[in-house]
Design a binder for this molecule. Sequence first.
Ligand code: NDP
Length: 460
Amino acid sequence: MEHLKNYINGELVEPISRRYLDNYEPATGRVYSYVPDSDERDVEFAVSAAEKAFPAWSVTPAQERARFLLHIADLITQNLDFLAHAESIDSGKPLSLAKSMDIPRAASNFSFFASAILHFASEAHTMEDTVLNYTLRKPIGIAGCISPWNLPLYLFTWKIAPALAAGNCVIGKPSEITPMTAYLFSKLCQEADLPAGVLSIVHGVGSKAGAAISRHPKIGAISFTGGTKTGSEIARVAAPLFKKLSLELGGKNPVLIFADCDYSTMLETTVRSAFTNQGQICLCGSRVFIQRSLYEKFKADFVARAKKLNVGDPLLEGVDQGALISQAHKAKILSYIELAKQEGGRILCGGGEVKLSGRCQDGSFIAPTVIEGPSYDCRTNQEEIFGPVVTIMPFDTEEEVLQYANSTPYGLASILWTGDLTRAHRVANQLQSGIVWVNCWMVRDLRTPFGGMKQSGIGR
Ligand code: NDP
């Protein structure tokens, strides 16, 4: 079985401790490779490589930095099938999703920021005929990029690419649960001849390798995506060191459906926004509020569509729902389904494990689950479940649905369905979330600021 390596100073190297962790394939429950169990010594090694690389990289002309980034983007695209296969095995997501979403987006993260840095301009302010003030934006130095398991290469590259484009050196730590595509990506960086030390990838657990990055005094910025609890711990460590922080955290996103919407587009998209990647996307809509006059029709159609989703081996064609990331995560989701029942929820479909046979008999699968009824302020509707579990409930007035939608401590994204333009603007303006999609989902120009309100994050 393969032992993955850290990528430090341009080389693929073993962790200094020579210790490795098991890397599981979620669909089979079996260990299929080993991931470095790095610690602060590996982070220190990466920091010293970055310190050496920074003076030259930070003054490398933007055009040349852009060329490196474009080369990496091309290599990702050329290896799309291979990377998508690796990502599907590593994360349990359907291969079709890795092919159509994760890996293409990883490539476009690089091509987008390669272009952005060429078009970057800074501000100047004139004080009539006396003084000209201008702003110089400079790279910070070393940026730490820590990413989660749900969209492994997609989110990892979204952090790395802009930091490199701006002339920073980067030390990245992917989730140790899904290290494979970051490892393969480090080989592509070697192929692209990215100068040694400009990017290092240190694998390992958050409490060791991740924490060593957060607290390292020479790492001046942290870009973190993950859970709110971890984000709060990173902020606690990094704030006294005055690091620049970008925290993209959890969500409990509402879907507001008004009766005047385009029904078929809404239904099709609401199924996707609920269950894509087994509901393990921070932007999934997990609380669906439907105007009462449409409620019974929506309920019947939505449940029928959820029941039709094909749960199976993520590598097979025609599979809509793959495996959850781990047995531990599956147990957490099942415990929330039990909680929902105790809180008065009625399971309309799903509600339990799916047992597959053959290769996937020990994998972690849950049927897409729709729950009716628990009140908007109960734990089921307030806490992030991060799985294929959605609650539905009716509402009567705009005021009421806004109260439901805004009631959680999170404020990442909202999804609004209405054919009334005036209402769309009025309601969107009152939703407490970083992004509001109107009559669509997951469509975003990368130039648009991204990030949440309240406990969903800071620093965009
Ligand atoms: P975690 O917060 O558990 O982990 C995220 C990353 O942080 C991992 O690489 C993890 O390593 C690392 N980490 C853990 N503890 C520390 C620490 N003390 N110091 C530094 N790094 C640490 O999140 P998950 O991986 O479970 O991802 C799911 C969460 O991510 C959900 O809450 C989801 O909403 C959120 N998310 C938010 C997005 C957004 O854009 N707002 C997008 C996608 C996901 P390790 O894996 O080893 O623990």
